[in-house]
Design a protein around this ligand. Structure first.
Ligand code: PMP
Length: 405
């Protein structure tokens, strides 16, 4: 039996009035929020509310101090060299768009190349395509092998002196495979290309050390890390900080404003954070990281690894359930289909039985094309799941199989 001693920290899981049982297996879409995070944001609105950076009064100074403390907490969490390297964004999507819109126009010329993999989330495809079109760049695709793996030899064949950027997901949101991000980064750097790692799924299933990876950019979202929605992080390695121009213009990012033209900008991180930030979201993210640090990433990884092995083993015994990807290299998620039954039907039945899973293309249509599927089901796990969740899910799958034939 695999139990979770952290489950009771999550009000949605313990107070759910809608269904009994309530089995939440959709953490890869968004992870549930512990009470500590909710209370931290409530405390801000109840007792500490003011905006940051502008005020001379005590509340504002306090909000600024607390927000900057979170920047330090995030820097420590990913082992950044300095907190200047931590930029607050709305999420992974905005972080990637920021890099696309600052790095490429500054450093890429017509005819240069971007490499992305076949397993990327649309957030790590579309921004590059939009910029490629605008700047006359070519996108090359690092395809998967027949076993749905990324092979570094294939990357080597794609890299050239024209490569300006490699965009690569840390962990696939569909297959759950953990990609060789450190080796890929070293190879790309040898050709002079910068590397952006999409850490939306990596950040909550592995300890992340950006200095060890050596990447130029690492993006993630707070809501996949037991924090709130609307807040994310872009790590920018120091060497780029003040060579990249700002992306959005507005308050808080300027040094001086001249008319009609001649405005100068703040240094990083503020030059990338125009406007009033999501202060409550930042404080919530800080609390989520404190919560995780308290448990320890090692304990979380051990728990999730045991759970995913258990789930994969059990799922294999459900008649005609097909699991995609590779069990030997998997974190957090298991994609599957039940015979020829449409994933939406399976997901709807499970919902009626109190089991929440994800169905659809998972914002990874190119990857699904490789699987020769238009939709798949996906179960995903968080630190609060236990073997009972898996048992209920597998039992309900057997019922569905009987019902649907
Ligand atoms: N990349 C991956 C791998 C993801 O799983 C997600 C979220 N599903 C994103 C990017 C986008 O994250 P967000 O919507 O929080 O910006």
């Amino acid at each position: 039996m695999i139990t979770s001693s952290w489950r009771h920290d999550f009000p949605t899981l313990t107070n759910n009035q809608q269904t009994s049982p309530f089995v939440y297996l959709d953490s890869a879409a968004t992870a549930q929020t512990p009470l500590a995070v909710i209370e931290r944001m409530q405390r801000f609105y109840t007792h500490e509310y003011a905006t940051v950076h502008r005020g001379i009064h005590r509340l504002s100074a306090n909000a600024t101090y607390n927000m900057e403390q979170v920047r330090q907490t995030v820097a420590n969490f990913v082992n950044a060299k300095s907190n200047d390297e931590i930029i607050f964004t709305k999420g992974t999507t905005e972080a990637i768009n920021l890099v696309a819109n600052t790095y490429l126009p500054t450093f890429a010329q017509t005819g240069d190349e971007i490499i992305i993999t076949e397993m990327e989330h649309h957030s790590n495809i579309v921004p590059w395509q939009m910029l490629a079109q605008r700047l006359g760049l070519t996108i090359k695709v690092w395809r998967m092998t027949a076993e749905y793996r990324l092979d570094l030899n294939d990357l080597q064949k794609l890299l050239s002196k024209k490569t300006k950027l490699l965009g690569l997901t840390h962990i696939s949101n569909v297959l759950g495979c953990i990609n060789p991000i450190k080796a890929a980064t070293a190879m790309a750097h040898q050709c002079g290309a910068a590397v952006l790692i999409d850490g939306a799924q990596g950040i909550m299933h592995q300890a992340v050390d950006v200095q060890d990876i050596g990447c130029d950019f690492y993006a993630f979202s707070g809501h996949k890390l037991y924090g709130p929605t609307g807040i994310g992080v872009l790590y920018i390695a120091q060497q780029w900080l003040n060579t990249l121009p700002p992306w959005e213009g507005g308050g808080a990012m300027i040094d001086d404003v001249q008319l009609p033209i001649g405005t100068t900008y703040q240094t990083s991180p503020w030059r990338f954070e125009a406007g009033t930030p999501n202060i409550a979201g930042i404080l919530g993210l800080g609390e989520a990281i404190t919560y995780i640090n308290h448990i320890g990433m090692d304990a979380i990884v051990t728990h999730e690894e045991a759970l995913i092995r258990y789930a994969e083993e059990k799922m294999q015994h459900v008649d005609s359930l097909k699991i995609y990807g590779n069990a030997a290299n998997r974190a957090g998620v298991i994609p599957f289909n039940l015979g020829s039954h449409h994933a939406f039907d399976v997901g709807s039945f499970l919902d009626n039985y109190g089991v929440a899973i994800r169905t659809g293309h998972h914002c990874a249509i190119p990857l699904l094309r490789c699987l020769q599927q238009s939709v798949v089901c996906r179960v995903s796990f968080g630190l609060y799941n236990d073997s009972q969740d898996v048992d209920i899910f597998v039992d309900r799958m057997r019922h569905i199989k009987k019902l649907l034939g």
